[in-house]
Design a binder for this molecule. Structure first.
Ligand SMILES: [Zn+2]
Ligand SMILES: [Zn+2]
Length: 347
């Protein structure tokens, strides 16, 4: 139902106000308004540039994930364990790999570890490392602006999944092109994964998770496909997206109250240590993405283990003094979600 506006400029340029309208004018006005509303709506959809392929694929994936829940009781317990192992490997490919190593260079990794993290990253199927790291650097540099790929000021839905349903804003592309990514271009592991990305995703995200339970303990391909591939993939996507959505909206800002990212303990739990987001945006170089080291941070445990095994080195860490002075200067005065007793007296 379209109401008649107070005044309308007709196509011939004439302006008519509501009080001057006769019955014919009113119907003409209504038709004009209706057409215009329709045009504007069509323009809005067009300007959004919806990527229907992603909309349909994500809808099918989430329907598949809901169905997967029904499969859980029918599957063997070893398949449940395997699905969880795949989830952890997937998560490490994003957190320890694309994020802390390749986006932020917060530690160094030797070739065998980089190969493992690249394979784990293909299991995550969240764009190749090069594109992920470049978009993430843009996200940090231009947070909460049009150049931020998942700009949280456009709402929870956009920051969570909606940004994948529309074409990238021109600012994301323009600013992304200006970023220095020479380190990513110079890393042969990153380039190899990019060149063979589709094949590696097919193998790591779908084939390996499905075939292992079938081959080693006689699980049906149907059960292992829906649990270790579809459900594991969908859950890992959503916990990663929660860092962009929930951790940019809900929680305290003990380190810098002038930015949107927040400390969110639920995201920390789901994203194996990536929910200390106010800390991370304040000190993006810190390999632990947190003030609290190993606590609630399986990714930090993994990187420390790799250092102990001689596969990683040069972990960067914000000093306690730097963190405390920053808290006093720009923090919101709140204790962080996982604040330790040692620091509570400072705030
Ligand atoms: Zn980051
Ligand atoms: Zn962020």
């Amino acid at each position: 139902m379209v109401s008649v506006p107070d005044a309308v400029v007709l196509h011939d340029g004439e302006t008519v106000v509501k009080e001057q309208m006769g019955p014919e004018d009113c119907s003409e006005m209504a038709m004009e308004a209706l057409c215009r509303a329709g045009d504007e709506k069509a323009d809005r959809w067009r300007s959004l540039g919806i990527v229907w392929r992603n909309v349909i694929l994500m809808a099918l994936l989430h329907i598949g994930a809901v169905y997967s829940i029904l499969v859980i009781p029918r599957a063997k317990p070893l398949t449940w364990v395997w699905s969880y192992v795949c989830f952890i490997v997937t998560a490490l490919g994003v957190t320890a790999g694309a994020h802390r190593l390749w986006s932020h260079r917060s530690y160094r990794a030797k070739l065998p570890l980089r190969v493992f993290l690249a394979a784990a990253n293909s299991m995550a199927f969240q764009n190749d490392i090069y594109e992920w790291a470049r978009d993430h650097r843009v996200h940090h540099k231009y947070s909460e602006t049009d150049a931020d790929p998942h700009n949280a000021t456009r709402g929870f839905f956009f920051a969570h999944i909606g940004w994948l349903f529309v074409r990238k804003h021109s600012d994301v592309i323009e600013k992304g092109r200006k970023l220095d990514v020479t380190d990513l271009l110079a890393d042969p592991v990153v380039q190899f994964q990019r060149r063979y990305y589709k094949t590696s995703v097919l193998i790591m995200c779908f084939l390996v998770p499905t075939v292992v339970p079938w081959y080693f303990w006689g699980e049906t391909l149907w059960n292992s496909y829906f649990l270790a591939s579809i459900l594991r993939y969908t859950v890992s996507l959503n916990v990663t997206w929660l860092v962009n959505s929930a951790a940019h909206m809900y929680g305290n800002r003990p380190y810098d109250q002038n930015i949107s990212p927040r400390e969110n303990r639920w995201v920390t739990f789901g994203a194996i240590g990536e929910g200390f987001h106010n800390f991370h945006h304040t000190f993006p170089f810190d390999y632990s993405t947190s003030e609290f080291g190993l606590r609630f941070n399986p990714t930090t445990c993994f990187i420390d283990l790799m250092c102990w095994m001689g596969l990683a080195s040069n972990r960067k860490k914000a000093s306690v003094e730097t963190i405390q002075s920053r808290k006093l200067r720009t923090g919101d005065g709140n204790r962080s979600g996982n604040q330790s007793q040692d620091h509570s007296s400072v705030i």
